[in-house]
Write a protein of this length. Sequence first.
Length: 92
Amino acid sequence: MKKRFNIRIMGHEYSVVSDRGDEYVESVVRYLNDKAREMGNASKNISQLDIAILVALNTVDDLFRIREEKEIFHSQLENRSQRLINYINEKM
């Protein structure tokens, strides 16, 4: 069931709807704010828009890397499963 959340990211208030629980939404908000703080601390005199874009770029990069790792893992799992099936069939 979807629920409305009032969240604060980089000092701005937003109202979002999610079917995830309170803890999940809080962890997403905490993650974004932590990343924004990291970016802001690493680059002085940077606008909030630039910080938001850098956070988005880094987050998407993380997502793409995880997807790639997942695909590699899935492929390795399929290969190992097929080898195991072949081994079992040979022994029967």
